[in-house]
Design a binder for this molecule. Structure first.
Ligand code: HEM
Length: 266
């Protein structure tokens, strides 16, 4: 019996209970937890544009390893994107086990959820729907970023968002990822009993409030950042400067030179 079938049936060839479903569940939690936390970092990085173009430029160069290599190496970002892509695919593949496999099963689950009127069961439907949407939306973004890591920056990103029509995709992806990520983290806390304490019911209520606050926070931050990229992209289109690379202002260059020379003397 293949591992996959064993994972589905929960039984080995000899008819004994298999540990595989538990292992796969753990893997799904682990990859999901990693991706959700990665997205917090990612959204903070993307929102650097709200502070200034120079700040977003500096952060971009940091991820390209500018503290080691003089001009930064975009290949580092491609490698990180590739690793995230692999984890994303593994997580999606494991998540597929939980989707209903035909319409009849879907109807039964829907009726069951309706009759129970249980909030967490309803969350499951949001998870399944946003997860399915991300299969496509997330893959497009990750592939483009992986293959165009040298075109990330205040102007380059803004042109991709506006002139290369990524903004409609980002609106949908942002909604899907923020709901999916925070519901996922909430489910992890409940499933593995983190923060259960004396009164798990009260904890669940608090966790739900935290979950909602995080969703709203990251959605507001995400949409504000998207608007900033769209604005810069529109300005570039109006000025006929689409495709130009961002040149940092004197203060960033000066800071770099000063730090390098101090490092050299030391
Ligand atoms: C290493 C992997 C990743 C890198 C380097 C990366 C990089 C970026 C960059 C530079 C932007 C700004 C727009 C642009 O340049 O096109 C962006 C936007 C965005 N990314 Fe990623 N990304 C990664 C992974 C992901 C993943 C896994 C997701 C979710 C499945 C995601 C969701 C988004 C969303 C929703 C936006 C738009 C956010 C907004 O504008 O507020 N990214 N990403």
């Amino acid at each position: 019996m293949s591992d996959l079938i064993e994972g589905y049936l929960g039984k080995t060839e000899e008819g004994k209970k298999s540990r595989l479903p538990a292992k796969l569940d753990f893997m799904q939690s682990f990859t999901g937890g990693f991706l959700a936390l990665f997205m917090w970092g990612h959204m903070l990085f993307v929102s650097s544009i709200l502070i200034s173009k120079d700040f977003m430029y500096t952060i971009t160069k940091f991820f390209e390893g500018s503290f080691i290599f003089n001009e930064g190496q975009p290949i580092i970002v491609s490698i990180i994107a590739f690793i995230v892509f692999v984890i994303f695919i593994v997580h999606a593949a494991l998540g597929m086990r939980k989707l209903p496999s035909n319409f009849k099963q879907y109807q039964v689950m829907k009726a069951h959820a309706k009759s129970m009127n249980h909030d967490d069961t309803k969350l499951w439907f949001t998870q399944a729907f946003t997860g399915f949407a991300m299969f496509f939306l997330g893959s497009v973004h990750l592939y483009i970023i992986m293959t165009h890591a040298d075109a990330i920056g205040p102007y380059e990103s803004a042109d991709r968002v506006w002139s290369e029509y990524m903004w409609p995709l980002y609106i949908l992806l942002l909604l899907a990822v923020e709901f999916h990520g925070t519901i996922g983290l909430y489910r992890l806390c409940v499933k593995w009993g983190w923060f259960d304490g004396e009164n798990p019911k009260a904890t669940r209520k608090t966790l739900k409030k935290v979950k909602w606050s995080l969703t709203v926070f990251f959605l507001v931050l995400g949409f504000a950042s998207l608007a900033a990229y769209m604005k810069i992209g529109m300005e570039n289109a109006a000025n006929g400067t689409v495709g130009q690379k961002y040149t940092p202002t004197a203060s960033v260059i000066e800071y770099k030179i000063t730090n390098k020379s101090v490092g050299g003397i030391a």
